[in-house]
Each structure stands twice: as structure tokens, then as C-alpha cells.
Design a protein around this ligand. Structure first.
Ligand SMILES: Nc1nc2c(ncn2[C@@H]2O[C@H](COP(=O)(O)OP(=O)(O)O)[C@@H](O)[C@H]2O)c(=O)[nH]1
Ligand SMILES: [Mg+2]
Ligand SMILES: [Zn+2]
Length: 286
């Protein structure tokens, strides 16, 4: 029988199967030392134990979730003001793992004073302008979740819980800054859990407000540019086939930035991430 892990703590896993939810332990040594089964993993089971991990389509370490179709990135037009670099990092992490990024621009009732709409409304990703608290545009999010496994991400205060309450009231999330702070103080567990909502599955990942660069698992930073979708069409025009698109002569990506074909902020994020990954690698080598 095949099942999917919906939750796992302390070596006991909640597995969704054709017979309903089962609480199971995993057979020893089904994973390499130190590795753990994660929410979202598909597994093969016998009567009373998880026998085998079915190869993952993708997996994240932080938050620990596998087989993700979409990363729903929630961005507030204001309050909190958007951090472009952080958003670009989330998009790149998704791209790197073969997860489709979907941009949800929330708090559309505010005026956009940062220019975030122009940047993220015009990338080659689907984007939606919504107001979670007013429940405007939230049907589009329901449609995105339908038939997919999704992870919701975005920094604290952007409206993730408000959005979840609007589209899946059965989950009943606490909202607001105070509850967020309280929650973080109380619970130190950082475990992910899947929920079936809106015809799909969503991962709730308390303690993970945004993806971390370490979770990138990207040792070879030459792959980073690939994670910036709108850069790709220019690669073949760079003078050198191994162009890093940093200071290289005849770089078509840099030219596209100069000509306004690529947003400056996106390119700046690329450079910053490229440098950060270099530092990460140095640190790794020690
Ligand atoms: N003005 C406005 N406020 C919103 C909107 N959506 C959520 N909020 C407010 O933003 C605050 C943070 O929301 P919350 O859902 O807790 O954010 P989370 O930290 O991402 O889960 C709350 O006070 C919400 O009422 C919206 O569309 N417009
Ligand atoms: Mg919340
Ligand atoms: Zn180049």
C-alpha cells in the first residue's frame, strides 16, 4: 500500500492511506543516517510499518516538506514593507527545487509606495492582487491550490493566516502580530503538517516565515542565474558561454538590465545572492 506522510514527530508518522489516516513508525534504515522522513513524502507501507520512501520529486529542509508543486509567496504591498531581496530569494529557492512560484500580492487596499507591484506583477510568474482581510481575489488562490501541494511562505505580518482563514476557515488560524509573537514564544517545535483544503494540500509550517538560503543546497552557484526566469532568454547572447553575469565582458544579462528589459532590483538580488553563496561555499570548505 502507498501512503503520504501528513505529519511526523518523534519517529511516529501520520500517514494518509486508502484506509484513512494511520499512525506508523518507519522501519529502521530506510533512510541514510541522520535523514528523516518529511511531511509530503510518499511511502510504501506494510500492515504496521513504513517500509520504504518513494523517491521525492523535490524536498525542502527548512521547512521540511517534500513533493511540493507550488510555493505561494505572500507579499504585502505595505505594512510590512516588502523586502525585494527576500522575495527574490524565495522565488529562486523555489525555482532551484523545481517548485512553481506563485506571487500573491496582498493588502491591495493599500497604495503601493515601494514599486513592488511593477516588479512582481510583471515577471513570468502568475501573480494575484488580493486583499485577504476583505476577501477580494482569494478565489484565485483557491484555484491555485486545487489539485496541488502548496507551501505558503512570506514574512510575518503579510497576511498568511488571514488568507488561510478566508479560503479554509476550518483551519482557524490566529492572526495579528500579538498572536504571532505569543505563538513563537510558546512553541519551539518546528515541524510541518499537511492539510487537505480547497481541493488540494497545503503545508502549514509554523516557525518558518520564509525560506532560508541554506535550504538552497546549492553548492554550484553557476546554477543561480537559471533560477531567475526572466534572465534565461539572454544567456545565449552572452559573449562567453560560462558567463557568470556578474562583471563579465559582453554579458547580455547586464545589457538587458541597462536597457530596462530586466528589473534592476532583480539583478541586484542576483548579485547579492551570488556573493552570499560564495561565502557559504567558503564556509562549507573549512
Ligand atoms: N489592510 C489589510 N490588512 C490585512 C490584510 N490581510 C491581512 N491583514 C492584516 O495584517 C495583519 C497580519 O496578518 P496575519 O494573517 O496574522 O499575517 P501572517 O503573520 O502572515 O500570518 C493582521 O492584522 C491582518 O488583519 C489586507 O488585505 N489588508
Ligand atoms: Mg500567521
Ligand atoms: Zn552574461
Amino acid at each position: 500500500m502507498i501512503g503520504r506522510i501528513y505529519k511526523g514527530t518523534g519517529g511516529l508518522y501520520t500517514v494518509k492511506t486508502e484506509k484513512g489516516y494511520l499512525e506508523l513508525k518507519a522501519r529502521k534504515n530506510i533512510l541514510k543516517k541522520g535523514a528523516e522522513l518529511r511531511a509530503g513524502d510518499y511511502v510504501e507501507l506494510s500492515d504496521s510499518v513504513i517500509e520504504e520512501l518513494i523517491p521525492r520529486k523535490n524536498t525542502l529542509i527548512r521547512p521540511p516538506v517534500s513533493n511540493i508543486d507550488k510555493l505561494l509567496i505572500v507579499i504585502a504591498l505595505r505594512n510590512p514593507d516588502p523586502c525585494f531581496y527576500n522575495i527574490d530569494k524565495m522565488i529562486a529557492v523555489a525555482e532551484y527545487h523545481g517548485i512553481e512560484p506563485v506571487l500573491i500580492l496582498n493588502k491591495n487596499d493599500y497604495e503601493d509606495t515601494s514599486g513592488v507591484s511593477q516588479v512582481y506583477g510583471e515577471l513570468p510568474y502568475r501573480s494575484y492582487f488580493i486583499s485577504a482581510s476583505e476577501r477580494i481575489g482569494t478565489d484565485a488562490v483557491i484555484n491555485e491550490i486545487n489539485g496541488c501541494t502548496c507551501v505558503l511562505s512570506g514574512v510575518s505580518g503579510v497576511g498568511k493566516s488571514t488568507l488561510l482563514n478566508a479560503i479554509a476557515p476550518e483551519l482557524l488560524r490566529e492572526t495579528g502580530d500579538v498572536s504571532e509573537r505569543l505563538r513563537r514564544g510558546k512553541h519551539t517545535t518546528r515541524c510541518a503538517e499537511l492539510f487537505d483544503v480547497c481541493g488540494g494540500t497545503i503545508a502549514d509550517t509554523p516557525g518558518f516565515s520564509s525560506l532560508e538560503l541554506e535550504a538552497f543546497d546549492l553548492k554550484d552557484r553557476s546554477k543561480l542565474a537559471e533560477c531567475f526566469s526572466e534572465f534565461r532568454e539572454f544567456f545565449s547572447e552572452c559573449r562567453f558561454h560560462d558567463c557568470a553575469h556578474v562583471k563579465d565582458l559582453g554579458c547580455a544579462v547586464r545589457e538587458a538590465v541597462e536597457e530596462g528589459k530586466i528589473k534592476k532590483s532583480r539583478y541586484e538580488s542576483y548579485i547579492q545572492m551570488y556573493e552570499e553563496l560564495g561565502e557559504y561555499k567558503k564556509w562549507e570548505d573549512k
